[in-house]
Design a protein around this ligand. Structure first.
Ligand SMILES: Cc1cc2nc3c(=O)[nH]c(=O)nc-3n(C[C@H](O)[C@H](O)[C@H](O)COP(=O)(O)OP(=O)(O)OC[C@H]3O[C@@H](n4cnc5c(N)ncnc54)[C@H](O)[C@@H]3O)c2cc1C
Length: 503
């Protein structure tokens, strides 16, 4: 009896990416012993870094917001006690289109002045008001306790939002620089556009060395709390008895816990989940759901001292290209746009040493080789990759001038699919549509009483979205607002301490 009352509650998490590790760290803080099962040899999923010739690259986590004083991500990292363990530096969105180059400062007023070039302030003010109003409708985004009921927001698309407020054609184009960060399409919800835009207006950051530092910091919380992380452990099946999950299987290994969290792509989870966990209608809905596009990525080591280091998050748009069709499937028109960033890591901070380019690309482009696996792709695929690399590098050089590389490597949607285990190598999970919002957002609960969902498919993707969903998932297990209330108490305490010090 005594043993029963003191036994730690346990949770088993499938997927050791940001969603799984963040949910695990939050639950560890709530007294759970957490086991994370990760299919890859490394933890991190989208937080995973890799090294080439002594240089570190981040394939899936480049820039993100929420870190300004009072920001949602900052509050979560502070709550977990790891803010000072992760080295971050500010990056500035820099829009490049033809000869135009525009660097956007942080903060609402300065941002408006810069993006409008000192003109259109009235229209821009109304537009940015609308962005903040929309983002304010999300309790968790603002770290407010919630009663679980969604706030009413006008159901319009991102495109309609821009066109409603902005009359100038060029300014409309400029405001679409953000689209590739959520795979914006004509039917993407204004809310998604607003959340992404507000994060960027408030300020974006990148890791000084690698996103892997964050994966490690989260993993350390879990292991320090008595939990464990198993890498090289793909979950192949989930066993259930009635409405209870009883175990998850990694080949011959069986892991049991009180609660279970699936933090992998929902499509992959359906393949291993017991029949009763999801209704046939839900399964059909997910099968027919559209995915956000994938990406073609280039990782380059630059010749020493050939390019100045700017902490810039470049958004390069081909002049005349349709920004609402970023992942164009027309090979001769590809790329329409790209994200590009550089890092300095050889010691002389004035110069860039590595470059990462991310170009939206649909899975259709790699369909001919979809049955191939990592390390076993045919020669034809490799030739195609070289051609795509040349096209992307050509566009980057047109925008930024000559780029001298020492080493260059590319990854396609097949690489993203096979490393992250996502459907069609999607960057941001399920595509959400304003025409069918309820259909394209998921609950953290399943039909199983002790199986919950986390990860980017549930709500909102990216560093901030997936971290906020982790709070939601953990609160589904420990109780509504339990973590948000703690975070707010901690914030008040910090303000009080600073106030006392200043007095
Ligand atoms: C090219 C690219 C660039 C991006 N850039 C940014 C950016 O700059 N900023 C930003 O905020 N977001 C960015 N994102 C999005 C961001 O990476 C994701 O939203 C985030 O990493 C999602 O986290 P997750 O935990 O849901 O999924 P993941 O990080 O993919 O984690 C899922 C984990 O589950 C594991 N897994 C899968 N199947 C199994 C199984 N059967 N058993 C065990 N483990 C399994 C996978 O190996 C993986 O580690 C980018 C994404 C891509 C692809």
């Amino acid at each position: 009896m005594a043993e029963q009352t003191t036994r730690m509650k346990t949770v088993c998490i499938i997927g050791g990416g940001l969603g799984g590790l963040m949910t695990g760290a939050l639950l560890t803080k709530e007294g759970y012993r957490v086991t994370v099962l990760e299919k890859n040899g490394n933890i991190g999923g989208g937080l995973q870094g890799f090294s080439r010739k002594g240089h570190l690259f981040d394939p899936c986590m480049h820039v993100f917001g929420g870190l300004q004083p009072g920001g949602n991500l900052r509050a979560i990292l502070q709550h977990l006690g790891i803010l000072d363990k992760i080295k971050l530096e500010p990056y500035h969105d820099t829009l490049v289109c033809g000869d135009e180059r525009l660097t956007l400062p942080f903060g609402r007023d300065a941002w408006i002045d810069a993006i409008g070039g000192g003109k259109h302030n009235e229209e821009l003010n109304a537009y940015v008001d609308a962005l903040y109003r929309l983002s304010d409708s999300e309790d968790l985004f603002n770290m407010r306790p919630s009663n679980g009921a969604p706030h009413e927001v006008e159901n319009i698309s991102a495109k309609e939002l821009i066109e409603r407020h902005i009359s100038d054609h060029d300014l409309r184009q400029r405001l679409t620089f953000i689209l590739h960060l959520y795979d914006g399409r004509p039917d993407s919800p204004a809310l998604l556009h607003a959340l992404t835009s507000v994060l960027h207006i408030d300020g974006i950051y990148s890791f000084v060395s690698s996103a892997q530092t964050m994966a490690q910091a989260l993993a350390d919380i879990i292991t320090a709390g008595g939990g464990c992380i198993h890498t090289g452990s793909p979950v192949t099946a989930i066993e259930a008895d009635g409405k209870q999950v009883t175990a998850v299987l990694c080949g011959n290994e069986r892991h049991t816990a009180d609660q279970y969290v699936g933090s992998i792509s929902i499509g992959a989870l359906l393949n291993i989940a017991p029949k009763g966990a999801f209704s046939p209608a839900f399964r059909n809905r997910i099968k027919s759901a559209e995915q956000c596009c994938s990406a073609f990525c280039i990782y380059a080591i630059l010749k020493p001292q050939t390019m100045k280091q700017e902490n810039a998050s470049y958004h390069i748009l081909r002049r005349g290209a349709n920004p609402w069709d970023m992942a164009t499937t027309q090979p001769d028109q590809w790329p329409h746009n790209m994200f590009l960033m550089t890092r300095s890591d050889r010691g002389d901070k004035r110069y860039a040493d590595t470059m990462t380019i991310v170009v939206p690309m649909t899975f259709e482009s790699v369909r001919p080789w979809e049955d191939s696996t990592l390390g076993h792709r045919p020669a034809e695929y490799r030739q195609w990759k070289e051609q795509m690399t040349a096209q992307a590098m050509h566009m980057a050089q047109e925008a930024l001038g000559p780029i001298e590389t020492e080493y260059i490597e590319a990854a396609s949607p097949l690489t993203v699919r096979d490393y992250n285990g996502t459907t069609h190598g999607t960057c941001y999970g399920l595509h959400t549509s304003v025409d069918n919002l309820a259909y394209t957002t998921l609950s953290t609960r399943t039909r199983m009483e002790n199986l919950f969902l986390a990860g980017q498919d549930v709500n909102f993707h990216g560093m901030v979205g997936t971290s906020l969903t982790a709070v939601l998932t953990a609160e589904t297990i420990v109780g509504r607002n339990v973590i948000v209330d703690q975070i707010n108490r901690e914030r008040k305490q910090t303000i009080l301490t600073i106030w006392k010090l200043l007095k």
